[in-house]
Design a protein around this ligand. Structure first.
Ligand code: DAT
Ligand code: MG
Length: 152
């Protein structure tokens, strides 16, 4: 039973739900080692999502993930990579709602692209993605969150 690291990321459609998402993270027994708010440039998003270049959804994906702030987390737990992806549910929010209604994507996502959170798919991806997000503050600068509250 050795602990494993993964990279989790709350995407721009879900950061207002960060409290509930962090509760679910702790409930599932993860430790949060690092956490940072940052906004992707198109270039850095292109590196992060390099494996998807050329796919039909790639432009929509980059527009979405660069549209506002993301919150990146280094999570630690036994089997962290699989456990976090299990908590996320299926990639497509509609499928998540049908197959895993308690999952993060079912609760906080809205469609195939705007699916609330990211999770690494392997130890190599986790290392790569943690390196991009936390490796250098000039690549992923820490940013403030604008209060655009319209609730009075
Ligand atoms: P995951 O994020 O579950 O690892 P992925 O790596 O295949 O899924 O894709 C990265 C992101 O791209 C995904 O979170 C949402 C978007 N995406 C994937 N497949 C898509 C599709 N068929 N249509 C629209 N967006 C898609
Ligand atoms: Mg993936």
């Amino acid at each position: 039973s050795s602990s494993e690291k993964t990279f989790a990321m709350i995407k721009p459609d879900a950061y207002l739900n960060i409290g509930k998402i962090i509760s679910m993270i702790f409930q599932a027994g993860f430790k949060i080692n690092k956490m940072k708010m940052s906004r992707f440039t198109e270039d850095t998003a292109g590196i992060f999502y390099g494996e998807h270049k050329g796919k039909h959804f790639y432009p929509t994906l980059v527009d979405f993930v660069t549209s506002d702030v993301c919150v990146g987390l280094e999570l630690v737990r036994e089997n962290a990579i699989l456990a976090w992806r299990e908590l996320l549910g299926p990639t497509n929010t509609q499928r998540a709602k049908e197959e895993a209604p308690e999952s993060i994507r079912a609760q906080f996502g809205s469609d195939g692209t705007r699916n609330a959170c990211h999770g690494s798919d392997s130890p190599a991806s986790a290392e790569r993605e943690l390196g991009i997000f936390f490796g250098s503050d000039s690549v992923m600068p820490s940013t403030s969150l604008q209060n655009n509250c319209t609730c009075g």
